[in-house]
Design a protein around this ligand. Structure first.
Ligand code: SF4
Length: 380
């Protein structure tokens, strides 16, 4: 079987945008006003991996045939297979150890006339006993995705329940299991058909609200991937307020809120620059701005010829560089031989401290002053 084509997305709401549209219905109309963002290498890598695992599952593609498959310049290597595809396939064995699950791969699901224009593609749909299974592969490492109350998976479950072809998957099911496989992690949450029906009512209400010019606009974590961010009045207003905020003397109680705003604005700045580059590349002028070539980096035209020419003039130590690989790289290489990195060979040194929310699972770093105070308390 050939690799599936990249998934087409609903312009109203799809699985990956469900949480945002529910939280901020106004984002639908606003997103339609900005040009589509160019794909990134991370997105292309995700598509390549989705295609590879879909092919592997639908046509029992052996590893040797999967290696080398590519999409938009991203190629499946042995290392990437070991890191992403192999653990994802192993997760399926844990979920369905008896191999009794009937599955549909890359299932196109939609709400039909109940919610026109709203559809998506679910990675894996299956049925095990009284339980319907809805699974999504997440191959990125940047954002940890949880299964509990996951709007994307609930969207797929609700749409699949309304798609004629997949009704048998849910017929008589008393439980619906939502699963995120984000190698090496698997996160699972079991819910009920009733919860999914509640969710779809909320989704429908949000989509209906999104059609109104008075649709609610709400900032929050869902803004992260909103395409309308560069032109969103809440974001631009927040940026203007941030610029006007006098940091000297800012009370501690306001610094926490300002830090939340700062992380939202960081992504806004990044998206604003991407939008400007997209427009200028497409020859839409932006007053006072233009594209220029980045500074050139010198590269050898022919490595072997350059090496020979330089060795004729300089000692080898001035021409060649050898350095030890990092513990992470060494560990990866050893893993292939099913060997462990000896703990006595390395230590972990923090390069300093970084900001985190109070509910972050990492232990709080103590300052030297506080460590001394704590130690003195023990002496007294
Ligand atoms: S950036 Fe946030 S607040 Fe603005 S439209 Fe998008 S989701 Fe809504």
């Amino acid at each position: 079987m050939s690799a599936p084509s990249p998934t087409a997305h609903s312009v109203v709401v799809g699985g990956s945008t469900a949480a945002r549209v529910i939280a901020c219905p106004a984002s639908v109309r606003l997103s339609a006003t900005v040009p589509p963002r160019p794909s990134s290498q991370y997105a292309d890598m995700g598509t390549m991996l989705h295609n590879a695992i879909a092919d592997t599952l639908t046509s029992s593609l052996p590893r040797s045939d999967a290696i080398g498959s590519s999409y938009a310049g991203q190629t499946l290597t042995d290392d990437i297979y070991d890191e992403k595809i192999a653990p994802a396939l192993a997760a399926l064995d844990v979920i369905d150890p008896e191999e009794g699950m009937t599955v549909s791969i890359e299932a196109r699901v939609s709400f039909g006339d109940w919610l026109p224009g709203v559809f998506g593609t679910c990675d894996v749909l299956g049925r095990l006993g009284n339980r319907a299974v809805v699974l999504d592969w997440k191959f990125g490492d940047g954002v940890i995705v949880d299964a509990e109350e996951n709007a994307q998976l609930m969207f797929y479950a609700a749409a699949a329940m309304r798609t004629e072809e997949f009704r048998p998957v849910f017929k008589g099911a008393t439980e619906i299991e939502l699963i995120i496989v984000q190698p090496p992690e698997v996160r699972r949450w079991v819910t009920t058909p009733e919860r999914i029906r509640q969710f779809e009512l909320l989704l429908k209400r949000s989509v209906t609200m999104s059609e109104s010019s008075a649709a609610p606009m709400v900032m929050g974590p869902h803004c992260r991937f909103c395409p309308a961010k560069p032109v969103c009045p809440l974001m631009t207003g927040a940026a203007a307020r941030a610029v006007d905020t006098q940091l000297v003397g800012l009370p501690a109680r306001d610094i926490g809120a300002a830090l939340v705003l700062a992380s939202q604005l960081e992504k806004w700045i990044e998206d604003l620059r991407t939008l400007a580059i997209t427009m200028l590349t497409a020859e839409h002028p932006i007053p006072d701005w233009k594209l220029v070539a980045k500074r050139g980096m010198r590269k050898w035209i022919d490595d072997a010829a350059a090496e020979a020419a330089l060795l004729a003039l300089l000692p080898e130590s001035d021409v060649m560089e050898h350095s030890l690989v990092s513990p992470a790289k060494a560990e990866k290489a050893l893993k292939k031989l099913k060997l462990d990195l000896a703990p006595g060979l390395y230590h972990s040194i923090s390069s300093g401290t970084t900001l985190a929310r109070a509910d972050d699972p990492r232990a709080e770093a103590l300052s030297i002053g506080r460590q001394l105070t704590a130690a003195l308390k023990h002496i007294q």
